[in-house]
Design a protein around this ligand. Structure first.
Ligand SMILES: [Zn+2]
Length: 509
């Protein structure tokens, strides 16, 4: 290679819940859809909109020396439904023509999520990698970062050189992993030949059992990191995203070495065997809805009890949930649980109505007047408007969102009886205490806090709550960890724990 390396950057960042409504161009545009130089301007700016995997890569490449970025297309849809297939083909074509125009390149970087499905295809991420491989040929490195929840297909492994997944959940290492990919890219351009081993276990672990602070999954990731040395370049263990419901679902182990196939295979197999043997530790333990309400009521009357945070894990917008199921809200309101706060409830028409009425106004609110999802039941209560805002805040989560610009859309704090709820207009999970505090709702003194989130809130809220103060609620919803609640059609069966007697034989390498 002569001169500074030219690196193409493109990708889709989407985690698809197959049961949620499809997403189209406006959904991506609302989150972050950028072309050409806008990608770079954003990554190098003070408050980037793109995921840390893109900014981490760009900034580290900048630091490592002169390079020629070829930013093409980046589409961030966050966590939502399947991408509309026609729109996917449109995006893919935009990427294809731009990559061809950028040729020749010395490397390709994908700041990918890896758990996208389209309305007609189970593996759009693999399709994009394959398209890039066909254009750049076998010798140009393709490096991709992946979310820890990525669903890894054989095609994804075969058409790329190195896959690097997050190692933390809640995800607080996105910037770091993007930077790691920059180093990997430099090594590959310098002539290092990676050897990769891949195993997918037939396990769809409930999302609540894929945390990385402790537990079986955490131990596997931590052990993998102790094996990094001059030979082992990267160990990625991906829990997968159950609600994608594809034939490629499972827990994936991807081990990359510098030119040593045997070492990659032996380590990969060892890691998979450890998890397989301990798989019973992946079964969820949820608290029934009624017990959650009772705990909140007790805390409202007995100050000697410690405050709790209840995670509405079944309605996690970070996993494609609508962020508007009302079982917990209704339950707390009816039981008159004192000093209970709930956030963030996605209901744009209701937020708009509150803005029309003004702060201090009282009116009969109808939650979910226009939603059609089966879990988004509507419900009515007299509310008082406590606070109104445009919903533009800056993240305080010490992990992934610190300093990031967050847009919740027009926001209203409503009081119904003893409960305060933060109503937002742009659907997302409640990831840090700023989602309450920016609107005058005090988290520290609340007796019960309910968050629409599965696990990502744990980083930001750890300033107030220890892990033993977190209650995972078993309410209905699109992201329930209770896997028997869903009608699965995509998985290869048998798969654990849906089929408890699933078998697995290690590869004969
Ligand atoms: Zn994730």
């Amino acid at each position: 290679m002569a001169g500074d390396p030219k690196i193409a950057i493109l990708g889709i960042h989407l985690e698809s819940n197959r049961f949620a409504p499809p997403v189209l161009r406006p959904d991506f545009a609302e989150k972050f859809l950028a072309y050409d130089d806008e990608l770079l301007t954003d990554s190098r700016g003070t408050h980037p909109r793109a995921c840390g995997t893109l900014t981490g890569f760009v900034r580290e490449m900048d630091r490592l020396g002169p390079w020629i970025p070829a930013p093409l297309v980046y589409a961030d849809g966050g966590a939502a439904g399947p991408i509309d297939h026609d729109f996917f083909l449109e995006l893919k074509e935009e990427m294809r023509t731009r990559l061809i125009a950028a040729m020749p390149v010395d490397g390709v970087y994908f700041p990918e999520h890896g758990a996208a499905v389209s309305t007609a295809h189970p593996d759009p991420d693999g399709e994009l990698y394959e398209m890039a491989r066909e254009i750049v040929g076998p010798d140009v490195p393709i490096v991709s970062v992946l979310d820890l929840h990525a669903i890894v297909s054989e095609k994804m492994v075969e058409t790329t050189d190195v896959l690097v997944s997050y190692r933390t959940n809640p995800h607080v290492d996105q910037v770091e992993r993007g930077a790691e990919c920059a180093h990997v890219m430099h090594e590959l351009i310098g002539g290092v030949k990676p050897e990769v081993a891949f195993i997918r276990l037939p396990i769809v672990a409930p999302q609540v059992k894929q945390l990385t602070a402790d537990g079986l999954y955490a131990e596997a990731i931590q052990y993998g990191q102790t094996q990094i040395d001059d030979t082992v370049m990267n160990v990625s263990i991906l829990g997968g995203f159950t609600y994608g419901d594809t034939p490629f679902n499972g827990m994936s182990f991807v081990v990359t070495t510098r030119g040593n196939k045997a070492r990659a295979q032996s380590l990969c197999r060892e890691l998979a065997e450890r998890v397989w043997q301990g798989r019973e530790r992946l079964l969820p333990e949820l608290t029934p809805l009624d017990d959650c309400i009772a705990m909140a009521v007790e805390r409202g009357v007995d100050p000697s009890l410690e405050q709790i945070i209840i995670a509405d894990v079944a309605d996690n917008p970070g996993g494609g949930g609508r962020g508007n199921t009302s079982w917990l809200l209704k339950g707390l309101y009816k039981a008159e649980a004192k000093d209970a706060i709930l956030g963030v409830f996605f209901d744009a028409p209701l937020a708009a109505e509150a803005h029309g009425k003004g702060e201090g106004a009282t009116f009969m609110a109808r939650f979910n007047r226009s939603e059609t999802d089966q879990y988004s039941e509507s419900f009515e209560a007299v509310v008082q408007v406590l606070n109104l805002s445009n919903g533009q805040i800056v993240g305080r989560d010490p992990g992934s969102r610190a300093g990031m610009a967050i847009d919740l859309g027009p926001t209203a704090v409503l009081r119904l009886g003893t409960v305060k709820v933060v109503v937002i207009s742009i659907r997302q999970q409640c990831i840090d205490p700023g989602y309450f505090e920016a609107f005058g709702v005090d988290v520290e003194t609340a007796r019960t806090v309910v968050v629409k989130s599965r696990g990502h809130f744990r980083a930001g809220f750890s300033v107030y709550f220890r892990p033993d103060q977190v209650i995972e609620c078993d309410a209905p919803g699109l992201t329930s960890p209770n896997l028997s609640n869903f009608h699965w059609t995509g998985f290869k069966r048998p798969i654990y724990p849906l089929d408890m007697n699933t078998g697995w034989t290690p590869p004969d390498w």
